[in-house]
Design a binder for this molecule. Structure first.
Ligand SMILES: Cc1ncc(COP(=O)(O)O)c(C=O)c1O
Length: 461
C-alpha cells in the first residue's frame, strides 16, 4: 500500500465514525472562530465531540468510546466524574458556588497544599495556570524591584503576554536561543522584560545570569517542560539552577502546573530542590478551573492588604467554593500511594510505547517521567525542547496520522502526542493502549518507508 492510500484510509475511517462531530463542527464554525475556544483542542479534519466522561472512558457524540490518555491535558488525575468529587461538587452547588465574601473551603485547600509542599508557606488562588504564572512573575518583580524574568526556550507558562515568548523553541541557533514573541498581538516590548535560556544547560543559564543579574527578578521553569516535549531534567540540573539563582541573587519559580501530579509535593520533591515560588493549577482544582501560586512567607506576605505596599491581586472567582471543594476531594483521594500507582502505570506505558516503536522498526520513543509522557519520532536523545521540535518537524505528518488512527482504535491522546495516566486506569487499560499503538504503528510503517525513510530502523522486522 502506498503512503497516500494509508493516509486516506486513516482519514476515511475517522470520517465514517464521526458524522455527528462533523455536523457539530459546522455549527460551531458559525459562532466560534475555528469552531472552538482552545487552539489545543482543534485538529484536522475536525475534532471529535465528546459528550460524556466516566472514569478513564470518554464517549463521543456518535457512540464511540475511548480510553482517555489526555485527561484534559493532565489535569484530571482521577479521570472523569470521580464519585467522591461528584458528591462534593453536587453538595456545594446546592449551597452556593461563590459568595463574593470570605469562604471556608479555600482555607482547607490552602492548608493541604502548604502541608504537602515544604517550599510553600502561603498560597493564593486564581482561576487558571496562566494567572498563576503571571502572578508569580509579578510577585518576583515586586519583591526584588527588578523587571526581567528568565524563561526556558520551549517552556510554556500559559497565554499571558510575558509567557508568550519562545514557546516554540529556537531551532535556528546552536548557541543561546534568540527570544521571539509567539504570534501576533503579543507586544514586542515584552522582549525587554524576558530573557530565554536553553533547558538542561547550566552554562547557558549562567552566561545570562552573570551578565544581567542586576536586572533579573527570577528564573521561571517547569521542572520538566511539557509542551516542550516532556523532557526530563538531567541529574543535577534543577539543583544547579537553584545554586545559580542563589549565587546571582535571583528568585527561582517552578511552574508545577503539570508536574505537581508526579509527587505529593511536586517534582521539586523528587529533585530535592526548593524554589522560592511555585505556580500550580490543573489537578488541584478537581476538574474545575484553577490556578495557584505560593512560596516563602516573606515573599507571599506582600499580598496581605494590610501591608502598606501590598501587591494587587483579585478576581471574581478566585478561591470559589466549587473549585476549592472539588480540589479538596481530589487531593484527599491522592495520597502518595495513589500517585505511585499512576506513575507506575505511566512507566509501563512509556516503556511499552518505546518498545512498540522498536518492534515496528520505526525510530520513535515516549519520553517523560512517571505518569507524564510525550511521543517523539526519533530514537536519538532529546536533551531540550529544541531537539523535540526538530524531531517533530522531520516527522512530517506522522504524528497527525498516529493521533487519528489511535482515535480510530479507541485511544485518546493529545494531537501533538502528549499522554498521561490517571487513577481510574488499570493495567488492562495500559495493555489495551499498547496493543493499539502496535497496530497503529504497523499500519503506518509503509507510510514511513515511503515518506520518511530516515525514520526506518534497519533491524526492522
Ligand atoms: C506548565 C504550564 N503552565 C501554565 C499553563 C497554563 O494553565 P492554564 O491553561 O490553566 O491557563 C499550562 C497549561 O497547559 C502549563 O502546561
Amino acid at each position: 500500500m502506498n503512503a497516500q492510500t494509508i493516509a486516506d484510509g486513516i482519514y476515511q475511517r475517522y470520517l465514517a465514525r464521526t458524522a455527528t462531530s462533523r455536523r457539530r463542527d459546522e455549527e460551531a464554525q458559525q459562532v466560534l472562530p475555528g469552531g472552538d475556544t482552545r487552539i489545543a483542542t482543534y485538529y484536522a479534519p475536525y475534532p471529535t465531540y465528546m459528550v460524556r466522561g466516566s472514569g478513564c472512558t470518554l464517549y463521543d457524540a456518535d457512540g464511540g468510546q475511548y480510553i482517555d490518555f489526555l485527561n484534559n491535558y493532565t489535569s484530571l488525575i482521577h479521570g472523569h466524574a470521580h464519585p467522591a468529587i461528584v458528591e462534593v461538587a453536587a453538595d456545594q452547588v446546592m449551597r452556593g458556588t461563590v459568595f463574593g465574601a470570605a469562604a471556608e473551603p479555600q482555607i482547607q485547600l490552602a492548608r493541604m497544599l502548604t502541608e504537602r509542599v515544604p517550599s510553600i508557606d502561603l498560597v493564593r488562588f486564581a482561576n487558571s495556570g496562566t494567572e498563576a504564572t503571571m502572578m508569580a512573575m509579578r510577585t518576583a518583580r515586586a519583591y526584588t524591584n527588578r523587571n526581567v524574568i528568565v524563561k526556558i526556550d520551549g517552556g510554556y507558562h500559559g497565554s499571558h503576554d510575558f509567557a508568550e515568548v519562545s514557546v516554540y523553541p529556537d531551532t535556528t541557533s546552536n548557541r543561546l536561543p534568540e527570544p521571539h514573541v509567539e504570534g501576533r498581538g503579543v507586544p514586542r516590548s515584552v522582549l525587554n522584560e524576558i530573557m530565554v535560556a536553553p533547558f538542561n544547560d547550566l552554562s547557558g543559564l549562567e552566561l545570562i545570569l552573570s551578565q544581567h543579574a542586576a536586572v533579573i527578578a527570577a528564573v521561571i521553569l517547569e521542572p520538566m517542560p511539557n509542551a516542550g516535549g516532556m523532557v526530563p531534567p538531567q541529574p543535577g540540573y534543577l539543583a544547579g539552577v537553584r545554586r545559580l539563582c542563589d549565587q546571582y541573587g535571583v528568585l527561582l519559580i517552578f511552574d508545577e502546573i503539570v508536574t505537581f501530579r508526579l509527587h505529593s509535593a511536586g517534582m521539586q520533591a523528587i529533585a530535592g530542590v526548593q524554589p522560592d515560588l511555585t505556580a500550580l493549577g490543573k489537578i488541584i482544582g478537581g476538574g474545575f478551573p484553577v490556578g495557584a501560586f505560593g512560596g516563602k512567607r516573606e515573599i507571599m506576605s506582600q499580598y496581605d492588604p494590610r501591608h502598606p505596599q501590598f501587591i494587587m491581586h483579585t478576581g471574581t472567582f478566585n478561591g470559589n467554593n466549587m473549585t476549592m471543594s472539588a480540589g479538596i476531594a481530589a487531593l484527599e483521594h491522592l495520597p502518595q500511594s495513589a500517585i505511585d500507582r499512576v506513575n507506575a502505570l505511566g512507566d509501563r506505558l512509556r516503556d511499552g510505547i518505546t518498545a512498540a516503536f522498536q518492534a515496528a522498526g520505526i525510530a520513535g520513543q515516549a519520553l517523560g517521567f512517571g505518569s507524564l509522557m510525550q511521543v517523539h519520532w526519533t530514537n536519538q536523545p532529546i536533551p531540550a525542547p529544541r531537539e523535540a521540535a526538530l524531531a517533530a518537524r522531520s516527522a512530517g505528518r506522522l504524528q497527525e496520522l498516529l493521533h487519528l488512527e489511535l482515535l480510530n482504535c479507541g485511544v485518546h491522546i493529545g494531537p501533538r502526542g502528549i499522554i498521561c495516566t490517571s487513577t481510574a486506569m488499570t493495567d488492562a487499560d495500559i495493555t489495551f493502549a499498547l496493543d493499539q499503538f502496535a497496530a497503529a504503528l504497523a499500519t503506518l510503517r509503509p507510510y514511513v518507508a515511503e515518506m520518511t525513510p530516515h525514520l526506518l530502523v534497519n533491524s526492522a522486522p
